[in-house]
Design a protein around this ligand. Structure first.
Ligand code: TYD
Length: 202
């Protein structure tokens, strides 16, 4: 029996997910929730393998990439997400299965099939906050912040494909958030969406 909540942030690279995870975590803690912040790819063995590939290692075929992300997620759910939810925590995850739907879908796999398989196999989140930005703005933000390049996932036309799939996924648990404004404005939109879903003012 899980009593906690799973709230997921999704969106293109550079959409501001990690900042929004932190800001929402703070807002939830202030009103008394226990919050666990996490992300995919994880820091585990599969996540490590994925990052090495994304940062210019040997490219892998889409099906294999799909299997790696799914394996990483299974571990994430069993070792972190479910145990945290069982103790009543709100789990905030930077990416989850809609990333696989959008990114591996943009690699040419059938995104509807990935979505259906994921909903059957994995815990369906209480809420997904999909941060909407233009792919070119996202790419610009990624370049400006520097850090380690991930050429496997940072090509402009590939990201257009990712954005098109994100825009096509129609599920009641998704809330689109306009993420083109400054982070405080976006955070207010996020809090509003969360308080409507899980109840109580934030
Ligand atoms: P990212 O969120 O950038 O993680 P980090 O900053 O820790 O490297 O994720 C890395 C890339 O992985 C990102 O471009 C999106 C991609 N990705 C997928 O293609 N499929 C998935 O299922 C997930 C979780 C991520």
């Amino acid at each position: 029996m899980t009593t906690g909540h799973l709230i997921v942030f999704e969106g293109l690279d550079g959409s501001g997910k990690s900042t929004q995870v932190e800001l929402l975590a703070t807002a939830l803690r202030v009103v008394g929730f226990e919050v666990v912040e996490t992300a995919e790819p994880t820091r585990g063995e599969w996540g490590h393998r994925i990052r090495t590939m994304a940062r210019g290692g040997e490219p892998v075929p889409p099906q294999k990439e799909l299997r790696w992300f799914m394996a990483d997620r299974r571990e994430h759910i069993d070792h972190l997400i479910v145990p945290a939810m069982e103790t009543g925590c709100v789990v905030l995850s930077d990416r989850y299965y809609l990333s696989t739907v959008a990114y591996q879908g943009a690699r040419g796999l059938d995104w509807r099939e990935i979505l259906e398989t994921s909903e059957r196999e994995f815990l369906v989140p209480d809420l997904v906050l999909l941060l909407d930005i233009d792919p070119s703005d996202g790419l610009l933000r990624v370049k400006q912040r520097g850090g380690i390049a991930e050429p496997a996932f940072e090509d402009a036309s590939f990201l257009d494909g990712v954005a098109a799939i994100y825009a096509s996924i129609d599920r009641p648990y998704i809330e689109h958030i306009d993420a083109r404004d400054d982070s405080d404005t976006v955070a207010a939109r996020v809090r509003d969406a969360v308080s409507r879903r899980i109840g109580g003012p934030l």
